[in-house]
Design a protein around this ligand. Structure first.
Ligand SMILES: [Zn+2]
Length: 101
């Protein structure tokens, strides 16, 4: 399994940064859970993993986003719009270019 190296990964419990070197997690563990058919991925640092290897205090959070002009909870969107939401990508401005505003 490959991890994105440009993403800052944090320990779920203590927020310490998790160092990932290619396919190896140097100071922690990767945990994946299924919740209502949704995959939940978290990292834990070695210290927190030693205290508890399972995901506790998990709380589902309501995510709001804009759909057809309205800000609505993503969970209430129809399947087609949910798929569009999953395919959304963050726009990264090429460095050195101005947005023109
Ligand atoms: Zn931790």
């Amino acid at each position: 399994m490959e991890f994105a190296t440009n993403v800052k990964n944090k320990c779920h419990d203590c927020n310490k940064e998790i160092v990932i070197n290619g396919k190896n997690i140097e100071n922690g563990f990767y945990l994946a859970y299924m919740h209502n058919e949704e995959k939940i991925s978290v990292f834990k640092c070695n210290d927190c993993y030693a205290k508890s290897s399972s995901l506790t205090n998990f709380q589902k959070c309501e995510v709001y986003s804009r759909v057809v002009g309205y800000i609505r909870p993503v969970q209430q969107w129809n399947n087609g719009k949910k798929q569009e939401y999953n395919e959304r990508q963050e726009y990264v401005m090429p460095s050195g270019e101005s947005c023109g505003c």
